[in-house]
Design a protein around this ligand. Structure first.
Ligand code: FAD
Length: 511
């Protein structure tokens, strides 16, 4: 682990940026693209940085492609070389270098988003978006121009469409509509063979299902068709608190399986203390709301649980009756109900102010050793006892999300690996460091993540990593389990020279 951080520090030293003249070696000479090739220090540093801040791999160049034809040219050029790899970089919000390409080519997907690549079809209720578009821009365009919106979101929207579809894209709407991958009806993909292919459930379906949750291994998504629904005007956003985990899970599971429910269901774990980041103060939704711990039951454990729900409504409606009806079924602690009304756009953009504050205090650009996993419902009680109440009893200096999802809303044909149970919990440890983190602070966080993963393995929990990261084929094989053979066959078919997304460290470039 110390090596990891030493490498983080050493590789962030800009003096060691390679001399382009020496390294490019003529590989990109006469590459006839409409976009541009950038060997500059700023571009190389962008291509070798991500939100996780733990890894850094320098590409030879960052390429700003103007469209799918440029992507084809770049991939074909890589195919002509014996060693060159290509990584699509969405918004670089990966944690472990997944969008990097060591001495390869990084395609800056956001560069394509300047060409009017958000087109709504009102009659058929879909939007065609470029793979490099940010979800925040898709939201703005669809809501402000058409009062329509995609159905399934992530909590934070400054992520690209291609980036989240390569994983899944989960949030509080997933229980109802499935992850973002289930709201896509068509993709345009440039495969590792350098071909542009339009695919869907009924046309080139093998490629379609491979690419969804495919960790960028089979093709670069240059366009996605997403289903739309009418956007509500307003959202009532509510948080209620539990001291008992089984009551929290009972209520969350009731809400995600009921016909009549909220439009958004999430949850998080917080520490039973006054720490402003990890404790009680992380629960109120507005500065005029107070969390009064004197109302907590006498026998309360080291952590508490917050169920977070939201109900859509329109300006002429009053959500009061429906909210009362839905909350009436729940067993939360009566003194701990917090609520606020927001416009739909502000609700979906709710993490923006967190980003702003973190940038202000210098902790947005520091390393983020995040851990995301899916844990089967059958093991979530044991996970609570061992992990939430013990290993994490002091918090992670950031949110600890946990909420249930339904496997039936996910398609087995996608490439994403899931636990076996019909119901499983997302567990997301969204760690922040201090503004000037020491090596040992980062190492401790990474070590604690590893301890949690090892605990799950040792206890035989049915779990999978979400946004997975492994360094060896053995671990990847274990991750995919019985789907490994299918994943390898898909790779052989759509990227036989293993050119794409080398930062995932699943396959090594071959001739
Ligand atoms: P990148 O990090 O740039 O790329 C990720 C991978 O996808 C790489 O392997 C890359 O090569 C590949 N890729 C990128 N674009 C394409 C493309 N067009 N075609 C094919 N492959 C491509 N996830 C959730 O599900 N829910 C959340 O609520 C959520 N919130 C987050 C909040 C923050 C602050 C952060 C940092 C991450 C969050 N994530 C969440 C995780 C996020 O969905 C993934 O990290 C996602 O990959 C980031 O998208 P990106 O555009 O930055 O992709």
């Amino acid at each position: 682990l110390a090596c990891l951080v030493e490498r983080f520090v050493a590789e962030n030293d800009t003096d060691s940026i390679p001399d382009p003249e020496k390294n490019v070696d003529g590989v990109l000479k006469d590459l006839n693209i409409e976009g541009s090739i950038d060997y500059g220090v700023t571009a190389i540093s962008l291509g070798s940085t991500d939100f996780g801040g733990l890894y850094s791999e320098k590409p030879l160049a960052v390429i700003r492609t103007a469209g799918a034809d440029d992507v084809v040219r770049v991939i074909r050029r890589a195919l002509e070389s014996p060693t060159l790899t290509v990584a699509a970089r969405g918004n670089g919000h990966s944690i472990n270098g997944q969008a990097m390409a060591h001495h390869g080519l990084v395609i800056d997907m956001k560069s394509m988003s300047h060409n009017n690549t958000i087109n709504v079809n009102v009659n058929s209720m879909y939007v065609d978006v470029g793979g490099g578009e940010l979800w925040s821009d898709v939201l703005k365009h669809c809501v402000s121009e058409y009062a329509l919106a995609p159905k399934s979101w992530t909590d934070y929207l400054h992520l690209t469409v291609g980036g989240t579809l390569s994983n899944a894209g989960v949030s509080g709407q997933t229980f109802r509509f499935g992850p973002q991958t289930s709201t896509v009806t068509e993709l345009e993909v440039v495969t590792g063979n350098g071909e542009i292919i339009v695919c869907s459930n009924s046309q080139n379906s093998q490629l379609f299902f491979s690419v969804l949750g495919g960790l960028g291994q089979f093709g670069i998504i240059t366009r996605a068709r997403l289903l739309l629904q009418p956007a509500p005007d307003m959202v009532r956003w509510i948080r209620v608190v539990y001291s008992e985990f089984d009551e929290f899970t009972h209520d969350a599971e009731l809400l995600i399986t009921s016909q009549e429910s909220f439009d958004y269901v999430e949850g998080f774990v917080f520490v039973n203390c006054d720490d402003p980041i990890n404790g009680w103060l992380s629960v109120p939704l507005d500065s005029n709301q107070a969390f009064d711990p004197t109302h907590l039951p006498k026998k309360t454990g080291p952590v508490l649980y917050c169920l977070e729900v939201a109900l859509h409504y329109n300006n002429h409606d009053d959500p009061f009756m429906m909210v009362q009806k839905l909350l009436g079924k729940l067993r939360y602690l009566k003194h701990f109900r917090f609520e606020i009304d927001l416009t739909y756009m502000n609700f979906l953009s709710r993490v923006d102010h967190v980003e702003e504050a973190a940038r202000g205090s210098g902790i947005w650009a520091t390393p983020h050793p995040w851990l995301n996993m899916f844990v089967s419902k059958k093991d979530i009680n044991a996970f609570n006892r061992i992990v939430f109440q013990n290993i994490l009893k002091k918090g992670v200096n950031g949110p600890i999300l946990t909420y249930p999802l339904l496997r039936s809303k996910w398609d087995n044909r996608w490439s994403v690996a899931l636990p076996k149970n019909e119901m499983f919990y997302l567990v997301a440890l969204l760690r922040f460091t201090h503004a000037h983190p020491t090596e040992s602070e980062i190492n401790q966080m990474v070590a604690q993540n590893e301890e949690i993963v090892q605990t799950c393995i040792k206890n035989g929990f049915d779990f999978k990593m979400y946004l997975p990261h492994y360094n060896s084929t053995v671990e990847w094989k274990r991750h995919f389990g019985e789907q490994w053979g299918r994943f390898v066959n898909r790779k052989r078919q759509f990227d036989p020279k293993y050119v794409l997304a080398p930062g995932q460290k699943i396959f090594t470039r071959n001739h």
